[in-house]
Design a protein around this ligand. Structure first.
Ligand code: GDP
Ligand code: CA
Length: 319
C-alpha cells in the first residue's frame, strides 16, 4: 500500500528520521505509510562503513535502500534477497582472501557503483543519492557525513578493533572498554543534514542501536545543537530490558547505561520531547516521565508493516 493522503490522520509536516540499519529500516517501512515521503529526510549512520576488497561498503545506508526498495533478504533483515556468493567463493578459494565479512554478488553491484563514483570524485552524499534513486526511494537519504567516521571498539583485553571486526568477526564476544568514533571531531554534517533538522516539524529517533548507530550521528559536530531546538521523539530499541536483535546490551554498559527503555531515554534526555516504549515496559513509564519526557506505550515489535505504521503514527503524534 503506497502512501495515500486518504489514510493520513494528520499532516505531520516535514519529518527527519535518524537511522541505523535493520531496526530503523523496519520502522521506516511504517513511516512511509503515514507521512508523505516527499516531506521525509532520512539521515543514516556511516560509522559502520568499511572497505572490503577495495570496495566501500555502507551497511546501514544499504539496509535502508534494500528494505525500502523491496530487495532485502527478509528473514535476515539485511543483504539482498536471492543472493549468491560466486565472487566471495572465488575470492576465498582461489585468492585466499579471508571471508569473515562476505559480500554477495548482488550486493557487490551496489559497492561497485559507490566505489566507482567515489573514485571519480563524487561525495558519499552523491553516491548515496544515485543508489537511493535506483531503489526508487521516495524520500531523501543522506549519510550523516561525507567525511570518514569509523566506530572503533576498544576491548578490555586491550585491542582497538573496527566495529565490524568486533561484531561480525568476533561475534561481540570480547568485553568492551570504550567506543570511539574516529574522525568525528573533524567531520562535517553532510550537505542538507543540519538544514533538514533545523527545518523539521518532527525529528524521529528510529529504534536503532543507541551506541553504534545513533551514537555516531549524534556525535557529528552541530547535530546535537540543531536538535536542541527541534521536536524530537524516539522509539525505544530496548524492550523488556533486552535487545530485540543486535548487541546493544554488550555496548551500553561501556557507557554506564542500563539496558532498558529508561536507560536509553536517559542517554537522550536533553534532546527528547517524547519517547515510545513497549507495552511490556508500561511499569517504567513513570521513570521516563520523571526525565521530563512525554511517554507513549504501545506495541513496538515490528512483525509487519501495519505494526510499524501504527508505531510511526504514535511517535509522530507524541509530545
Ligand atoms: P543495525 O545497524 O543493523 O544494528 O540496526 P539498528 O541499529 O537499526 O538496530 C538494532 C536495534 O534495533 C537493536 O537495539 C534492536 O533491539 C532494535 N530493534 C530491532 N527490531 C526492533 C523492533 O521490531 N522493535 C523495537 N522496538 N526495536 C527493534
Ligand atoms: Ca549498523
Amino acid at each position: 500500500m503506497p502512501y495515500d493522503a486518504r489514510v493520513r490522520a494528520a499532516d505531520h509536516g516535514r519529518v527527519v528520521a535518524l537511522a541505523g540499519g535493520v531496526g530503523a529500516a523496519r520502522f521506516l517501512r511504517g513511516l512511509v505509510e503515514v507521512v508523505d515521503p516527499a516531506n521525509l529526510v532520512v539521515v543514516g549512520n556511516t560509522g559502520d562503513d568499511l572497505t572490503r576488497h577495495g570496495l566501500r561498503v555502507c551497511p546501514d545506508l544499504d539496509t535502508v535502500c534494500y528494505t525500502l526498495g523491496g530487495g532485502v533478504h527478509r528473514e535476515q533483515g539485511w543483504g539482498r534477497e536471492g543472493e549468491r556468493f560466486t565472487v566471495a567463493d572465488e575470492l576465498a578459494d582461489r585468492y585466499g582472501e579471508d571471508r569473515w565479512f562476505t559480500l554477495g554478488d548482488r550486493d557487490l553491484a551496489t559497492h561497485l557503483v559507490r566505489t566507482r563514483m567515489l573514485a571519480e570524485g563524487a561525495t558519499l552524499s552523491q553516491a548515496t543519492a544515485t543508489i537511493a534513486r535506483a531503489w526508487k526511494l521516495g524520500f531523501r537519504l543522506l549519510p550523516m557525513s561525507d567525511d570518514e567516521v569509523t566506530t572503533r571498539i576498544v576491548t578490555t583485553d586491550g585491542r582497538d578493533l573496527h566495529f565490524q571486526e568486533w561484531w561480525v568477526r568476533e561475534r561481540a564476544v570480547p568485553d568492551v572498554a570504550e567506543v570511539r568514533f574516529a574522525g568525528v571531531e573533524r567531520a562535517r554534517a553532510a550537505p542538507g543534514v543540519l538544514e533538514a533538522v533545523g527545518g523539521a516539524d518532527r525529528v524521529l529517533l528510529c529504534p536503532s542501536n543507541p551506541v553504534v548507530s545513533l551514537g555516531p550521528i549524534l556525535a557529528v559536530p552541530g547535530l546535537r545543537e540543531a536538535l536542541a531546538d527541534a521536536h524530537v521523539v524516539g522509539v525505544s530499541p530496548i524492550v523488556g530490558g533486552a535487545v530485540v536483535r543486535g548487541m546493544a546490551d554488550r555496548l551500553l554498559p561501556a557507557w554506564g547505561v542500563e539496558t532498558s527503555a529508561v536507560g536509553v531515554a536517559s542517554l537522550y534526555a536533553d534532546l527528547l520531547d517524547g519517547w515510545v516504549v513497549d507495552e511490556v515496559d508500561r511499569g517504567r513509564a513513570g521513570e521516563v516521565a520523571a526525565l521530563g519526557v512525554d511517554v507513549a506505550v504501545t506495541h513496538t515489535i515490528m512483525r509487519d508493516v501495519e505494526v510499524a505504521g501504527a508505531l510511526a503514527r504514535t511517535a509522530l503524534e507524541l509530545g
